[in-house]
Write a protein that binds this ligand. Structure first.
Ligand SMILES: Cc1cc2nc3c(=O)[nH]c(=O)nc-3n(C[C@H](O)[C@H](O)[C@H](O)COP(=O)(O)O)c2cc1C
Length: 264
């Protein structure tokens, strides 16, 4: 499936994480069907896939027996699955799953990337996993309660977790202001990518015809791979490039580099 770049580019600006959902508002069957078909069709990498589970997500977020997760009342969820033997599976999973979250956003649904505080065992019992597959992350799916609960407000640091570092701090190579317009748009889109605990571990080396994503900062760890966040930023870069009429290809690189997007 080709990236529906105009639709996803618009969704990049609107997506943000929501953790409390509206129990009384089910997802319409046509939206479920449409998102499920995008889950099947958006498979840019053979080893990374997303599965939609149309069942209440409550249990998978109660990861400590008897406790309540920070994610509440979602009527459905998405599971991000990858082949653990693929050395690039983190960035490939980040890229693929973010596509599905942008599609969900475009459909008017709300989501939240969750990489740690969920039960892999309970999630695994609700989906078919291949021998080499593992669950990389999950997201609740539904309509969020926008005013949020106090837990929500604390989790988002009263809005702070949506703040991003300035582009100048993330960029090396060409001077940001002198870079071609499509690159400046791509970096702005990458800045808006979600990352675990909003750590924004990415850096971007920019050339006239290429952007290399690398791991600029290794903190905080959070038990979630930095390359997963970087894969999410990669998708945002490509969506913004396509939206500016620029096609390119990714080449995966060894750490601390992640991948290079080259025009052509
Ligand atoms: C890979 C990844 C893992 C995440 N894991 C969790 C998590 O376990 N629990 C949680 O509440 N939020 C989690 N988040 C959501 C981030 O905290 C959130 O994306 C970040 O603070 C930026 O806020 P925004 O998504 O509203 O832009 C995760 C995000 C990413 C990208």
């Amino acid at each position: 499936m080709d990236i529906p770049y105009a639709r996803w580019y618009e969704a990049i600006g609107r997506r943000r994480s929501y953790r409390t959902f509206d129990k009384s508002r089910p997802i319409e069957p046509d939206k479920l069907a449409s998102l499920e078909s995008v889950c099947r069709e958006f498979r840019p990498f053979a080893d990374a896939r997303v599965v939609m589970v149309n069942k209440p997500a409550e249990d998978i977020f109660k990861f400590i027996a008897g406790s309540y997760g920070v994610i509440r009342d979602a009527p459905a969820f998405l599971a991000f699955i990858g082949n653990s033997e693929n050395p690039n599976i983190d960035e490939q999973s980040g890229y693929t799953a973010e596509g599905i979250l942008l599609e969900a956003t475009a459909l008017g649904l709300n989501t939240c990337w969750v990489g740690a505080s969920f039960s892999t065992k309970k999630t695994g019992s609700l989906i078919d996993l291949g021998d080499r597959e593992r669950i990389i992350g999950v997201s609740p799916l539904g309509y969020a309660v926008k005013n949020g609960t106090i837990t929500d407000k604390i989790m988002t640091g009263f809005g702070r977790t949506h703040k991003r570092l300035p582009a100048e701090q993330l960029v090396s190579g060409l001077i940001f202001e002198d870079a071609p317009a499509w690159i400046r748009n791509a970096i702005e889109a990458a800045r808006l990518a979600p990352s675990a605990v909003n750590r924004q571990p990415w850096g971007f080396n920019i050339e006239e015809n290429a952007v290399t994503v690398f791991i600029r900062s290794r903190g905080p760890d959070a038990g979630i791979p930095f390359r997963l966040d970087c894969g999410i930023a990669m998708l945002h870069i490509e969506v913004a490039a396509l939206n500016a009429g620029i096609k390119g290809k990714w080449e995966f690189l060894k750490s601390p580099q992640v991948a290079r997007f080259r025009v052509g």
